[in-house]
Design a binder for this molecule. Structure first.
Ligand SMILES: C[S@@+](CC[C@H](N)C(=O)[O-])C[C@H]1O[C@@H](n2cnc3c(N)ncnc32)[C@H](O)[C@@H]1O
Length: 215
């Protein structure tokens, strides 16, 4: 499972803070706009998403297996708690979520499905804990189009990138994995906004659990 990468944590704190100023904060707010009730954040990182939760969110449970990332998130966790929103940060991986079935109204995955060791297991767990009428909020960079210069760049860096970037795979086909895992992707778009090659393009939007057809 994910181990701690303190050097990556320091670097990511800087990148994430710069990203907020460059417009990523607005994008996080847009992705989270429809979230309500009890929200699960998978891979909290330094916790910038906590600053963009809409008022309809009443409580948060966040998964973060890296101790240095939990430490980096502490100021934002305390700030959210001081606003009266119940928040719990768990040292647990997405592949084994310590929550009951259908126990959260919304899940956020932001720049994390690239890093989990077993994305199929993680998505099966997310599907299990999300209520059938719940929402999966997605902000994830994915594999570029075959033949594009971006895909060529991803191919070049992919052998060593995960070692430098906390296990991140730049060429994961996360859209296909979401689809295979039983999520309706019709409200998800692919954007080149805030492109930072090779970390692009990016899936943005809300996916919903596919409901079984009634015969
Ligand atoms: C690139 S950071 C993104 C953090 C945050 N979601 C954001 O948007 O800034 C990826 C985070 O996922 C966490 N992570 C890695 N593997 C994980 C797993 N199997 N389950 C949950 N979180 C994981 C890492 O520790 C790291 O904090």
């Amino acid at each position: 499972m994910a181990s701690d990468h303190p050097v990556f944590t320091r670097a990511y704190e800087v990148i994430a803070a710069l990203g907020e100023r460059a417009g990523l904060g607005d994008l996080r707010g847009r992705v989270l706009g429809e979230a309500r009730g009890r929200v699960l954040i998978v891979g909290l990182g330094p916790g910038h998403d906590l600053d963009h939760l809409p008022e309809a969110v009443t409580s948060v449970v966040a998964l973060e297996p890296s101790a240095s990332m939990r430490e980096a998130a502490r100021p934002r966790v305390l700030s959210l708690a001081s606003r009266g929103i119940d928040i719990e940060v768990l040292d647990a991986p997405a592949e084994s979520i310590p929550l009951p079935d259908a126990s959260v109204d919304a899940v956020l995955v932001a720049y994390v499905l690239c890093s989990v060791q077993d994305p199929r297991a993680a998505l099966a767990e997310i599907h299990r804990v999300l209520r059938p009428d719940g929402t999966l909020h997605v902000l994830e960079h994915v594999r570029a189009r075959p033949g594009s210069w971006l895909r060529g760049t991803q191919r070049l860096v992919s052998p060593w990138w995960p070692r430098c970037a906390g296990g991140c795979r730049v060429d994961r086909d996360t859209g296909a994995l979401l689809d295979e895992s039983g999520f309706d992707m019709s409200e998800i778009t692919l954007t080149r906004l805030l492109t930072l090659p090779p970390v692009a393009p990016t899936l943005v939007g809300v996916a919903r659990p596919v409901r079984p057809e009634v015969p």
